[in-house]
Design a protein around this ligand. Structure first.
Ligand SMILES: Cc1ncc(COP(=O)(O)O)c(C=O)c1O
Length: 343
């Protein structure tokens, strides 16, 4: 925050006229270059700055992508269970959601093909599935790209928290494997910095850039410039890399504290998901009523997300999605102790 506020002050005290004007609907050029270079090295994304569109978080990325890629009523696969934010954005833009089950290898591509072979697109979180935390296998990635290529469908890859893997190196993006420009890659600074920043990006296949820019311009003209300029400096001056390295250690410790506290206090729950990201799922024994549990927990000041709320259709499993990014190890241990009598 100290480095951040110095950079904010620098840009506010000496504003460049170009940053006070309407800007490029794709975003501030130096920032797009910093993002493209980061994505190439850290995430194996194949992109140029020209393909990077700056958005106000993944949510806007999904809304713009859906408007460009899908006709109203077009069937689109979504992960089951999956991220409610993505489902809401796609549905609001007129897509017809088709839930496709997720297993230990990620989205079950053959189940999707059996259910809706002609779907026009798919929303996936291959690096760290939300909420189950599994990583999509190489075989599934190739099967998904093959299906998309054959049917002319679009793959929306949401790579929301892939910087954080604690027991292995980050897994390269699905976009990097794509030889046919079928993948629209979405990322966000909500997890690596803070969500109120409302800064994210989309890497758009080159021949769709003009259509994305046109929709964006009609929607909100261009992204606000100040924090793009600040973040471009934050990245190029090395603060971002340092921040990530520090946060990886901090969140790994918090995850470990949560896993240990759950094993100690609530041995009946099963922790599912890879050691990655900023959340895990505490799966409850069959028949458990996770929504009621989440309400009881809220009554004791504990904010949890019932796993069943992440299903579009009937829930196959009950559990609690627990976020550990913004709480100290002491608070985590105390929260699990408070949760114990409610489960
Ligand atoms: C799967 C997933 N994608 C994206 C986001 C971030 O969304 P945004 O960039 O709109 O803040 C989240 C935040 O919880 C998430 O869980």
């Amino acid at each position: 925050m100290q480095a951040w506020s110095t950079l904010v002050a620098r840009h506010v005290r000496n504003p460049r006229a170009s940053l006070l004007h309407y800007g490029d609907p794709m975003g501030h050029r130096p920032f797009r270059e910093a993002v493209a270079s980061y994505l190439r090295t850290a995430r194996g994304v194949r992109c140029e700055a020209d393909q990077v569109m700056v958005v106000s978080g993944s949510q806007q990325a999904l809304e713009i992508a859906a408007r460009v890629l899908f006709e109203p009523g077009a069937p689109v696969w979504v992960e089951e269970p999956g991220y409610v934010g993505a489902r809401d954005a796609l549905a609001m833009a007129g897509a017809r959601l088709v839930p496709v089950p997720v297993d230990a290898s990620g989205l079950d591509v053959s189940a999707g093909i059996a259910r809706e072979p002609e779907a026009r697109g798919v929303y996936v979180t291959p690096s760290h599935q939300y909420p189950l935390g599994v990583t999509m296998t190489a075989a599934r990635r190739l099967a998904l790209l093959d299906w998309a290529q054959r049917g002319g469908a679009w793959v929306i890859e949401d790579d929301y928290d892939s910087e954080y893997r604690y027991e292995s190196l980050p897994i390269a993006s699905l976009q990097g494997l794509d030889r046919d420009a079928r993948v629209v890659y979405v990322g966000t600074f909500s997890k690596v910095l803070f969500p109120a920043l409302r800064l994210g990006y989309v890497v758009v296949p080159a021949d769709l850039v003009a259509r994305f820019a046109a929709v964006r311009e009609a929607m909100d003209v261009c992204p606000p410039s100040l924090f793009q300029a600040v973040l471009a400096d934050f990245i190029s001056e090395g603060h971002f890399g340092r921040h990530l390295r520090r946060m990886r250690i901090l969140y790994a410790d918090r995850r470990k504290a949560l896993v240990e506290a759950l094993a100690r206090e609530l041995p009946q729950v099963e922790v599912i998901g890879d050691a990655a990201g900023m959340h895990l799922v505490a799966a409850l024994p069959p028949g458990a009523r996770d929504r009621e549990l989440a309400v009881r927990a809220a009554g004791r000041g504990l904010w949890t997300m019932p796993l069943s709320a992440c299903y579009l259709g009937p829930a196959r499993r009950a559990g609690l999605v627990l976020g550990y990014g913004g709480v100290t190890e002491r608070e985590i241990r105390e929260a699990v102790r408070r949760l114990k009598p409610l489960v």
